[in-house]
Design a protein around this ligand. Structure first.
Ligand SMILES: Cc1cc2nc3c(=O)[nH]c(=O)nc-3n(C[C@H](O)[C@H](O)[C@H](O)COP(=O)(O)OP(=O)(O)OC[C@H]3O[C@@H](n4cnc5c(N)ncnc54)[C@H](O)[C@@H]3O)c2cc1C
Length: 473
């Protein structure tokens, strides 16, 4: 969804003939992990932006819906296309499509050309000394750094040939990607600017004001300490290579350790977590639905719809958890530290299967990306590759105190608690009656009392883990 650093488009334009930029919405098949509501909102906005950017260069975006292979075959036949150019993807159905396309089209003289664009390092380019895929992040990270600098950025083609008038396009509105509830879309629109221009502006702002302090503030949900580039990356509005080079340039300008140099290393490490997730999905596609570690299939999860609903709505009684889940509903995004806290709460305090959390995130996050979402959920649950040890169960009160020390994050998302002093903001149930009354808090009436006792829930989780210990390896 971008024109800069888009090698497939640049190669197509360089070939000299007409170029038909086409976006296919292929979301009907049974094996699809359908895009969630927040993602569909973003997609709509991003398609509008991409079409505008193409028109500025003399082209336009063609929209089509249906099985991608059939749509492409029809379009190639109707337009007498000589080649199809695309950026590769790593989801299981994308891998299948990339295998099927040449088989279906090359016999009729259509060349199929696949390009990199989503990742810094292709999964086939990186392996352990014995040739196996990496299962552990740190050696993967080191190998990526040793692989050297990513290639230079490819500039956007300044002009593109017009799309012939005879080529039909669906009307975007007819896809109904936007949610019917205007309130929710309003919250998303207030928080984000989808599209390539929005992505580039976000990167610039982060390089100017966020990178230098990244290591200090990236764990603080009460600060704007991270880049918020994840959804732009997910929709390909910016390439990881543009981010990588932008960060390096800012760090070099600031001269090594001081300023941006200090944040660059930590930030690029996070960018490589994204690569690691894609690498895991490519080699172990089952991580989308099943534990990376086999032994975990016997884990005694609880089927607790009431608890799940309380978690989804931000009504667990644990302020930092609820603030995170309300931030998610309001803006389609949660800070990474809080994602870990809310995920730990769901799978460990409530013993709800991680797949239910993954599903909810997939529906509500604007950056929902299959690989990163599943890999991170499994990491928190303790069943993923290189996962957090199962016994590491976040205490939501201590996490709140540590990463939101003034309670500003909680107060921003839970107005019911806005007047509570910071000493009680992360555990209102421990506040004296008088303090609660003064702050206008009636636990259980407005803001809920805790739905579980964390201490007991922790013991229950450890007992549950004992069932699979040994088998989980
Ligand atoms: C349970 C859970 C689910 C998650 N689901 C997703 C998801 O669906 N999509 C998604 O992009 N990220 C996901 N993450 C990872 C992370 O929380 C987000 O990438 C990050 O919060 C995005 O904000 P940012 O762009 O400001 O991050 P920054 O801190 O600015 O990081 C820069 C970029 O690095 C990448 N990144 C950072 N941390 C991670 C990570 N742990 N794993 C993979 N990539 C990372 C992202 O692309 C991010 O934009 C999840 C984390 C958890 C704990």
């Amino acid at each position: 969804m971008r024109l800069h650093d888009q090698p497939a488009l640049t190669a197509a334009a360089a070939a000299g003939g007409p170029v038909i930029p086409v976006f296919i919405l292929d979301d009907d098949g049974p094996d699809r992990w359908a895009m969630g509501a927040a993602g569909r909102w973003w997609l709509h906005e991003s398609l509008v932006a991409l079409d505008k950017d193409l028109r500025k260069r003399g082209s336009r975006l063609v929209l089509a819906r249906g099985p991608a292979l059939d749509v492409l075959a029809d379009l190639a036949r109707e337009t007498d296309a000589r080649a199809i150019y695309w950026s590769r993807a790593y989801e299981p159905w994308a891998l299948k499509l990339e295998r099927d396309l040449p088989r279906a089209l090359e016999s009729s003289g259509v060349r199929c050309r696949r390009f990199s664009g989503q990742l810094l390092i292709e999964p086939e380019e990186i392996a352990t000394a014995s040739g196996d895929p990496y299962r552990v992040f740190t050696p993967f990270y080191k190998a990526c750094l040793n692989a050297g600098e990513p290639d230079a950025i490819v500039p956007a083609p300044p002009v593109l040939p017009p799309v012939p008038d005879a080529v039909d396009s669906d009307k975007l509105q007819s896809w109904k990607l936007q949610p019917s509830g205007p309130d929710w879309a309003g919250g998303l629109a207030a928080a984000w600017t989808p599209g390539e221009a929005g992505a580039l502006a976000r990167l610039d702002e982060f390089l100017d004001t966020g990178l230098a302090g990244y290591e200090r503030t990236r764990d603080r949900p009460d600060r704007e300490g991270t880049s918020r580039l994840s959804a732009h990356l997910r929709f390909g509005e910016i390439s990881p290579r543009q981010i990588w080079h932008g960060v390096q340039k800012a760090a070099n300008k600031s001269g090594g350790k001081a300023g941006a140099g200090a944040g660059a290393e930590g930030f690029l490490r996070q960018l490589l977590w994204r690569e690691f997730s894609a690498h895991l999905l490519f080699h172990w596609p089952h991580i989308l639905h099943s534990p990376f570690r086999n032994g975990f299939s016997a884990f005694p999860w609880r089927d607790d719809e009431t608890a799940l609903l309380a978690w989804q709505r931000g009504k667990t009684g644990y302020p930092v958890v609820d603030a995170g889940m309300r931030e998610l509903l309001a803006t389609g995004w949660i800070h990474n530290r809080v994602r870990m806290i809310v995920a730990s709460f769901l799978v460990k305090d409530l013993l709800v299967p991680w797949q239910r959390g993954e599903e909810w995130f997939r529906d509500t996050l604007v950056d929902a990306e299959l690989a990163s979402n599943a890999a991170n959920w499994q990491w928190v649950a303790g069943c993923g590759a290189d996962a957090a040890p199962y016994g590491r169960i976040f205490n939501p009160v201590l996490q709140g105190k540590k990463f939101d020390p003034q309670g500003a994050y909680v107060k921003a998302w839970i107005p019911e608690l806005a007047k509570l002093p910071k000493s009680h903001i992360h555990s209102p149930w421990r506040a004296p009656e008088k303090t609660l009354a003064k702050a206008g808090v009636a636990l259980g009436e407005g803001y809920p009392a805790p739905i579980v006792d964390h201490k007991l829930a922790r013991e229950r989780a450890l007992e549950a883990f004992a069932v699979v210990r040994g088998r989980a390896g």
